[in-house]
Write a protein of this length. Structure first.
Length: 291
């Protein structure tokens, strides 16, 4: 049987008992000439892996792609071990501290804190009115600060996902809205409530776009940026599009009866896609914390 191109000759220094393998494919890595020798046993799995480990750095000298893979493999950090509850001395030790996903509060024992999120709608859920003509018209809905602060204290990341069609209509610009949101988030942070974003769809409701709810583009972007698992997240909003987005994500949708959902007809339309219909953001947070 002819030897495959690239295989070292049998009996050379490269085909010792530990390395009777060559890089033919990812599954076998078995030299065809080795198979053709009568009476020779098939290489064991450790021998095959040893041969692959030996050949990889040599291939890296010739092929840049293999070199990149080898370099990344060597620099990849070891997986973080899961541990049980820590002692009081460990909690106070800097080397045992857990980085908080949001500045301003510390999370002690929840090693999966970065994977829990609550996506929040803005107009009708956190603030009113629904259709402001100017940004200085926007005010907080009562009870919002305390509700978001409870989520923050529990370790949830709270991205704000919002459709701002008034940007496309020219009532204010994206830069002006982002500046307003920065001040809005800072005012919440002073009171222990942390939101991230904004993740904005600036298009008119009648214009087709990939970022408009219930499409999940903005949710996926927020999840990627904050290492969230969408299926482990919640969505709180006041419209059918909010809870439909939650269903598409695989998460859980909470419809609050504020904003658009103050209309019973909106509630009736949204109810089939909602996991729960609740009167306020505070009650939605209570439901999440006891889920």
């Amino acid at each position: 049987m002819a030897r495959r191109s690239g295989c070292p000759p049998y009996g050379s220094a490269f085909t010792s008992a530990a390395t009777q393998a060559c890089f033919i494919d990812a599954r076998s890595c078995v030299c065809s000439e080795t198979r053709s020798k009568p009476g020779l046993p098939w290489p064991s799995r450790p021998q095959v892996l040893a041969g692959c480990r030996w050949l990889t750095p040599l291939l890296a000298l010739r092929f840049p792609l293999v070199a990149d893979m080898w370099r990344f493999r060597k620099l990849e950090p070891p997986p973080r071990p899961r541990t049980g509850p820590r002692s009081e001395s460990q909690r106070k030790s800097p080397e045992h501290s857990v980085a908080s996903p949001t500045p301003g509060f510390a999370v002690e024992d929840n090693v999966d804190v970065g994977r829990r999120g609550v996506f929040l709608d803005l107009a009708g859920t956190l603030v009113e009115p629904l259709k402001p003509n100017r940004l200085d018209e926007i005010t907080l809905i009562p009870g919002v600060v305390e509700a978001v602060a409870r989520l923050s204290a529990a370790g949830f990341v709270c991205p704000v996902i919002t459709v701002q069609s008034r940007i496309a209509k020219g009532l204010f610009s994206m830069a002006e809205f982002e500046s307003w949101f920065a001040s809005f988030a800072a005012s919440l942070q002073v009171q222990g409530a942390y939101v991230v974003g904004p993740y904005v769809c600036p298009h008119r409701l009648a214009d087709p776009c990939p970022c408009k709810k219930p499409n999940t583009l903005l949710y996926d972007l927020a999840a990627a940026e904050h290492q969230l698992s969408p299926v482990d997240c919640f969505v709180i909003g006041d419209s059918p599009e909010d809870v439909r987005a939650a269903r598409r994500l695989g998460g859980r949708g909470c419809l609050v009866r504020t904003g658009w959902a103050a209309d019973p007809r909106v509630v009736e339309e949204a109810a089939p896609d909602a996991n729960v219909v609740i009167s306020s953001l505070a009650e939605a947070v209570e439901w999440i914390l006891h889920f």
